[in-house]
Design a protein around this ligand. Structure first.
Ligand SMILES: CC(C)(COP(=O)(O)OP(=O)(O)OC[C@H]1O[C@@H](n2cnc3c(N)ncnc32)[C@H](O)[C@@H]1OP(=O)(O)O)[C@@H](O)C(=O)NCCC(=O)NCCS
Length: 249
């Protein structure tokens, strides 16, 4: 009960903070849109998501970004730099993810600043990820991919995702299962380009604190695939991972 009250209180206090953040960073129309959407979502939410799968077996193509970037694994102390490009409520969300074993963050740095990040988890927590999905032990769940607005369409997120997927593959994971809102054209286009395929749809509905999840498989799609040859390697999550990209021209 205390936890539910805390969640509702957090949500109510986040709305003005997130709206002010949107006003500062993206202007009045966006702030009004966020205020309306978040206020409505206090009472009701209805979202359709595409379930995408991508095999990690075989070569992973690493696209060259169009600006020089350095990629490394994210750290809890990055929450503040991340906070510069995301809203206050997301900052708290990332702190909770950093505190939880089995969640990994990857960041892209350009001119000493974090300009993009993406996450992957080895579990799906309905409360933390707002999704209900059964993962096989060899599957990982990518989430929270974000590129700062002024660095979009430069291949940054594609390079970051390819790096994260290579790292997951090196840990022994065989497949990625992602959820993307049906209206997120940017993300869907990018993931299709990177070889992800739709394997189903999921509807998430919430009325006040009551959540419902519906899942259906896309007609004609294959199942999520075969069992792995070996389970993921044991890892504590601190495996360092870093790479630098400098475009040739
Ligand atoms: C989705 C997002 C992460 C993409 O990041 P990005 O760094 O711009 O991605 P890339 O530059 O690597 O894009 C790769 C390809 O994806 C496609 N793409 C990216 N943004 C697109 C858009 N707005 N519309 C259509 N296609 C898009 C393009 O095919 C692009 O290749 P191209 O630029 O050569 O045509 C970014 O738009 C974002 O942060 N959006 C807000 C947060 C979000 O929706 N996150 C996803 C949650 S699942």
């Amino acid at each position: 009960m205390k936890e539910i009250a805390e969640r509702v209180l957090n949500k109510v206090t986040d709305i003005p903070k997130d709206s002010l953040y949107a006003l500062r960073t993206r202007g009045l129309p966006e702030a009004i849109r966020i205020l309306a959407r978040e206020t409505r979502s206090l009472f009701f939410n209805n979202v359709e998501l595409v379930i995408l799968a991508c095999s990690l077996e075989g070569p992973i193509k690493v696209p060259e970004p169009r600006i020089p970037i350095r990629i490394r694994q994210g750290r809890p102390e990055d929450t503040n730099p991340l906070g510069d490009i995301v809203s206050p409520s997301y900052r708290r969300h990332y702190r909770r993810l950093f505190a939880r074993e089995g969640s990994f963050c990857f960041v892209a740095i350009h001119q000493a600043e974090i300009i993009a990040f993406c996450w992957a988890s080895t579990y799906v927590d309905p409360e933390l990820h707002r999704a209900r999905l059964q993962l096989e032990p060899w599957e990982a769940y990518p989430h929270d991919a974000y590129t700062a607005a002024e660095y979009r369409r430069m291949g940054v997120q594609s390079a970051l995702i390819a790096h994260r997927n290579t790292w997951l593959r090196d840990q022994g994971y065989k497949r990625i299962i992602a959820l993307v809102r049906t209206d997120n054209t940017a993300s869907l286009t990018m993931l299709h380009k990177l070889g992800y395929q739709e394997v189903g749809r999921l509807r998430r509905q919430r009325i006040l604190l009551w959540h419902r999840f519906y899942q259906r498989t896309t007609a004609g799609s294959t199942s999520r695939g075969s069992a792995p040859l070996s389970p993921p390697r044991e890892q504590g999550g601190n495996g360092s991972s870093q790479v630098e990209y400098t475009p040739e021209t």
